[in-house]
Design a protein around this ligand. Structure first.
Ligand code: THU
Length: 131
């Protein structure tokens, strides 16, 4: 799967963005190991803190459909420059695939590719035992 194809899917999802408060439309496309692509967009709320990012929408969409192993996620927005997933989304993605490929794109569909573990080197892990 080429990065360009995944970005194209993210662009389609971006069109469904519900973002009347920020006007910032984000799309994400998550490629499962099965080859299936799960998309998501940001969904805002008048109680701002209840809004959800595109990346988590895509991930929850995937998990809800039984897929928990992923190869890559592509993210795009209607803003200028590359859109990097926020820390909360990185943490939630790291729960499933710490070394996920993260493809960030800009308004010209140019892209950069990172390892999730480079963007969030010390993801939180619940440790219930000492040592
Ligand atoms: N947003 C995302 O969808 N993904 C990110 O990685 C960062 C921010 C959304 C949340 C909110 O709807 C809007 O962008 C402005 O913060």
């Amino acid at each position: 799967m080429e990065a360009g194809c995944l970005i194209e899917e993210a662009r389609k999802a971006q069109q469904n963005s519900y973002s009347p408060y920020s006007g910032y439309k984000v799309g994400a496309a998550l490629l499962g190991k099965s080859g299936q692509i799960y998309t998501g967009t940001n969904i805002e709320n008048s109680s701002y803190g209840l809004s959800i990012c595109a990346e988590r929408t895509a991930l929850f969409n995937a998990v809800n459909n039984g897929e928990v192993d992923f190869l890559a996620i592509a993210v795009c927005s209607n803003g200028p420059g590359y859109v990097y997933p926020c820390g909360a989304c990185l943490q939630v993605l790291a729960e499933f695939v710490p070394d996920l490929q993260v493809i960030v794109s800009n308004e010209k569909d140019e892209f950069e590719q990172y390892l999730l573990s480079d963007l969030l080197p010390q993801a939180f892990k619940l440790s219930t035992q000492e040592g």
